[in-house]
Design a protein around this ligand. Structure first.
Ligand SMILES: *Cc1c(COP(=O)(O)O)cnc(C)c1O
Length: 371
């Protein structure tokens, strides 16, 4: 199977060990697995280590991200934590792109404060500037592209090539939550690790909290697995089953999200009350600035199709105010420097009819005009 659509739809079919012929993956709730004898195993012993439903999902995740191994964990933050707890130690240093999911920054600050693993930020533009930040103890570079919420696109291949040319030991980790393997395969671009909040597009229906880490190299995969056995933040079987189901429609969903988002990114700049629209050209995430004489709260309360809620990547369109929600823990000056102002809104474009979405945004913006 070479093409993504086929892998997404068929990758979990035929994986039922019991050979019942079931087309849909079975859901195993068992935490314990009988041993055939002393020192013998079916391959499954105890579900914190592995269980069949999660294993099928993990094979799918590794395949679609072009990795050798993948682990499915309990949330996106658990995925980020697994990378750091497995691969860094006190005294290491890392570098992160500067515009990221707010929770990632909260985590990085926590690592720096509690475990003495300091980090520097890079603006994601000039790779030479990034090289200047490298230190002898730099262990990892963290990239999110397009960035959240200002949609900056980072040249992952340029970063990986330049960094690995001088420091092959440095791991490059990419949070691929926004584009998914439908539009971006970071491992093909030279990254070593891919991280997902599966809560977002991979899950796609605002009903699964989950995460994943995909490794390029089997050794790295083993290190992650050993750490996961130690720390235990695995994905539960039902979420794994739901995620297998969600992946079957990932490509059609992403293409539909993109079509709706492209339409809105073209229309929004024409609207009085919208100062600026940020869109990476692909994917379903758009940010825009409401003009200063428009009231954000009135806009949010006037929405009828879109919901004012804090997530992204689902079939339902959601609007977030990063300044007070996802990025609230970031120092005010840093937020403002990045362009995360109180007037910045982030729209996760869902799969509703595009004209209904456009109509909803138009009427909510009009209602928000202050007199
Ligand atoms: C939501 C999100 C996370 C955190 O994932 P959770 O599933 O909420 O723990 C990490 N990175 C990005 C880009 C996200 O959008």
């Amino acid at each position: 199977m070479t093409k993504l659509s086929t892998q997404l739809v068929q990758g979990s079919n035929g994986t039922d060990d019991a050979e019942t012929g079931a087309v849909v993956t079975p859901l195993y709730f068992s935490t314990a697995f009988r041993h055939p004898g002393l020192g013998k195993s079916t391959g499954y012993d105890y579900s914190r280590l592995s269980e069949p439903t999660r294993s099928i999902l993990e094979k799918q995740l590794a395949a679609i991200e072009h990795g050798t191994d993948a682990v499915a964990v309990s949330s996106g933050m658990a995925a980020i934590d697994l990378v750091f707890s497995a691969l860094t130690r006190t005294g290491d240093h890392f570098i992160s792109s500067d515009d990221l999911y707010g929770g990632s920054f909260r985590y990085f600050d926590n690592r720096a404060d509690k475990y003495n693993i300091p980090y520097d930020t890079w603006n994601g533009i000039n790779v030479d500037d990034l090289l200047l930040l490298l230190k002898p103890n730099t262990k990892l570079i963290w990239i999110e592209s397009p960035s959240n919420p200002t949609m900056k696109v980072i040249d992952i291949e340029g970063v990986a090539t330049a960094v690995h040319a001088v420091r092959p030991d440095i791991l490059i980790a990419v949070d691929n939550t926004f584009l998914t393997p439908v539009y971006q395969n970071p491992l093909d671009l030279g990254a070593d690790l891919v991280v997902h909040s599966a809560t977002k597009y991979l899950g796609g229906h605002n009903d699964i909290l989950g995460g994943a880490v995909i490794a390029k190299d089997p050794q790295l995969g083993n290190t992650l697995r050993e750490q996961l056995t130690t720390t235990g933040q695995v994905m539960d079987p039902f979420d794994a089953w739901l995620l297998i189901r969600s992946l079957k429609t990932l490509k059609v969903r992403m293409e539909a999200h993109t079509a709706n988002a492209r339409f809105l990114a073209e229309q929004l700049p024409t609207l009085a009350g919208i100062d600026k629209v940020l869109y990476a050209g692909v994917g379903g995430m758009i940010s825009f600035y409401l003009a200063d004489d428009y009231d954000v709260d009135t806009f949010l309360q006037s929405l009828q199709v879109c919901s004012f809620a804090e997530s992204l990547g689902g079939v339902e369109s959601l609007v977030t105010v990063p300044y007070v929600q996802t990025h609230h823990d970031m120092p005010v000056q840093q937020r403002l420097d990045l362009g995360i102002t109180p007037q910045l809104l982030r729209l996760s474009v869902g799969l509703e009819d595009k004209d209904d979405l456009w109509g909803d945004l138009q009427q909510a913006v009009a209602a928000a005009k202050e007199d």
